[in-house]
Write a protein that binds this ligand. Structure first.
Ligand SMILES: *[C@@H]1O[C@H](CO)[C@@H](O)[C@H](O)[C@H]1NC(C)=O
Ligand SMILES: *[C@@H]1O[C@H](CO)[C@@H](O)[C@H](O)[C@H]1NC(C)=O
Ligand SMILES: *[C@@H]1O[C@H](CO)[C@@H](O)[C@H](O)[C@H]1NC(C)=O
Ligand SMILES: *[C@@H]1O[C@H](CO)[C@@H](O)[C@H](O)[C@H]1NC(C)=O
Ligand SMILES: *[C@@H]1O[C@H](CO)[C@@H](O)[C@H](O)[C@H]1NC(C)=O
Length: 512
């Protein structure tokens, strides 16, 4: 059992120096899948990661490819970096696993100096690093990299559960459990990476503060991840995880029920000149990003962050109840280091799906109907107004809804919240502006998952409508012969057919 630390690392240091820092909030992960372009470039990773940041995240990653992201799930618009960690699961008594929802995610940027008045540097182009070690299952208090990993039990109601630990807390955290990792901030000044992705950087003398070793004299801006998981919701199902050494029911994606194997990865995707300006000029010690001049005027909204997401590309489920953790990750409580096993039959190597064939929006098999994309419902009113009231909600699926709207002679169909089917003759005008790469990612109530692809068929989301359109229906005409296009209409033709639809779908590959 780890002893609670008196205060968080951040608080201790803030008491010592009035150090400037800012918190960058992030929304939901941009993706959750078995990928790790630092440790397993070009291949499927051993265990699931949840990734924050730029949507160009991929199995292989360069600075330039990251800068091509069209959005990020984190707040600063000029930051397209990617930040990833293992995700947290609940391990049930019957052996099944279920992911635990993220409540919040924050990346701290902290201007921590040593004592020799050095200039803090922005991360250079191409810079990447790994903190922590996925195989560790025991704690060495002399290892700065292990001290950099902590877990904070949140307890808004002050029931006595609060505390900070070096391992997963062995009691329930009613307001959430925060995984925390501080990255090394001393750099050798030359290497953008190293064979183990760690030796080009080092921790300063105080882990999160202090002076750099002479081997790594260049001081970088410090980063620190905090991800809060909704452990409180699992309180009713609390148990000891199978042994008193484990002592709690949560487990990290690499089969780690103690937490010592927690790790974090970072690839720099900043506009480097801007980050240097931030490092030099953001001197507020409030932590409020809006007080950081160079970033304040260009922050993403919460919707923008949460809408920046793409489905996982390893053909396996990573949501819902699963009989085992994705990959080959049996529960390994230690204290001996975990053994990595790749021979359990899970997809490995390059068994991932091309980016162009994944979409939150399923295609429909109803002929002459196509998906347009996903849109937020307007605050007042609805995009489509005709609810299919007779539908069997527990059996809802994309084809079912589209077929119903077609049979009822509507021109549009829309699915929402996993089980609602809406039809209409046209899109209400606010919606036409909203069609875009939003995240209609609630699995269809009746769709289950696509058995083999295992990418679930989605039916919109709460407050977000997945829209389908009859592309064969002719525009209303007077006296002219009715004709139907046999081929897929081109962009111009589609615009003529529906002048209000401004954005075209990104054409997900047909699944059927
Ligand atoms: C395992 O237990 C969980 C929690 O009670 C339950 O929701 C799930 O359906 C069970 N899975 C199996 C395979 O029995
Ligand atoms: C790897 O996992 C498979 C399937 O669970 C098992 O049969 C095999 O013995 C394991 N190999 C090692 C080296 O642990
Ligand atoms: C609704 O669909 C579910 C799942 O297909 C089925 O089990 C149930 O019997 C259906 N209910 C009705 C009233 O048709
Ligand atoms: C379309 O898919 C549905 C299930 O989603 C199926 O019931 C139906 O038969 C399919 N129709 C065609 C024309 O393939
Ligand atoms: C995948 O589909 C094939 C053919 O439809 C079937 O034989 C196989 O059992 C399926 N595999 C899974 C994991 O569902």
């Amino acid at each position: 059992m780890g002893a609670p630390l008196a205060l968080s690392l951040v608080l201790i240091v803030c008491a010592q120096y009035a150090a400037a820092f800012f918190r960058m909030t992030c929304g939901r992960p941009v993706t959750v899948m078995r990928a790790d372009p630092i440790v397993n470039p070009g291949a499927v990773s051993n265990h699931v990661h949840q990734v924050l940041g730029g949507n160009a995240f991929d199995f292989t990653q360069t600075y330039d490819s990251l800068r091509a992201s069209s959005c990020s799930s984190c707040a600063a618009r000029q930051d397209l970096s990617v930040y990833w960690t293992p995700n947290l699961w609940y391990h049930a008594k019957n052996g099944s696993f279920h992911p635990v929802n993220q409540i919040t995610a924050t990346v701290y940027y902290l201007q921590r100096y040593g004592s020799n008045g050095e200039r803090l540097r922005a991360f250079p182009k191409g810079f990447r690093m790994l903190a922590g070690d996925m195989t560790l299952r025991s704690f060495d208090q002399d290892d700065p990299a292990q001290k950099a990993v902590t877990f904070n039990c949140l307890d808004a109601g002050n029931t006595g559960a609060a505390g900070q630990y070096n391992r997963l807390p062995t009691h329930n955290c009613p307001s959430g459990m925060r995984t925390q990792i501080f990255f090394p901030s001393c750099w050798d000044g030359q290497s953008l990476d190293s064979p183990n992705h760690k030796t080009h950087v080092a921790y300063p003398s105080g882990v999160d503060s202090g002076t750099c070793p002479s081997t790594h004299p260049i001081r970088l801006i410090s980063i620190f991840y905090e991800i809060v998981y909704d452990t409180g919701s699992w309180n009713d199902m609390w148990w000891d995880g199978g042994s008193s050494d484990i002592g709690q029911p949560f487990i990290l994606s690499m089969g780690d029920p103690v937490g010592y194997g927690f790790h974090g990865d970072f690839i720099n995707g900043w506009d480097v000149d801007l980050l240097q300006k931030v490092v030099d000029e953001c001197t507020a010690d409030s932590g409020v990003i809006e007080e950081c001049g160079p970033l304040a005027s260009d922050l993403r909204s919460v919707d923008e962050m949460n809408d920046c997401a793409f489905p996982g590309r390893v053909p396996e489920p990573v949501t819902g109840w699963l009989p085992e953790l994705p990959g080959c990750n049996p529960v390994q409580p230690g204290p001996t280091a975990a053994v990595i096993n790749t021979t359990c039959g899970a997809p490995q190597s390059t068994d991932f799906v091309p980016r162009a064939s994944v979409s939150f929006i399923a295609d429909t098999n109803v002929s002459q109907w196509e998906s347009l994309g996903c849109a937020h419902e307007p605050k007042d009113g609805r995009i489509l107004t005709q609810l299919w009231t007779g539908a069997n909600a527990t059996a809802m699926g994309v084809d079912k809804c589209v077929q119903h709207c077609k049979d009822s002679r509507w021109r549009y169909a829309g699915l929402e919240n996993g089980n609602e089917c809406w039809c209409g003759t046209s899109l209400s005008s606010p919606a036409t502006q909203l069609i875009g790469p939003y995240t209609c990612d609630t699995p269809c109530a009746g769709g289950g998952s696509i058995a083999n692809g295992t990418l679930p068929e989605n039916c919109g989301a709460q407050g977000k409508l997945a829209i389908y359109k009859d592309i064969g229906a002719p525009a209303p005409t007077l006296g002219k012969p009715r004709c139907r296009l046999r081929r897929k209409p081109n962009l111009f033709e589609q615009l003529m057919m529906n002048q209000r639809v401004l954005a075209m779908p990104t054409s997900p590959a047909r699944r059927r």
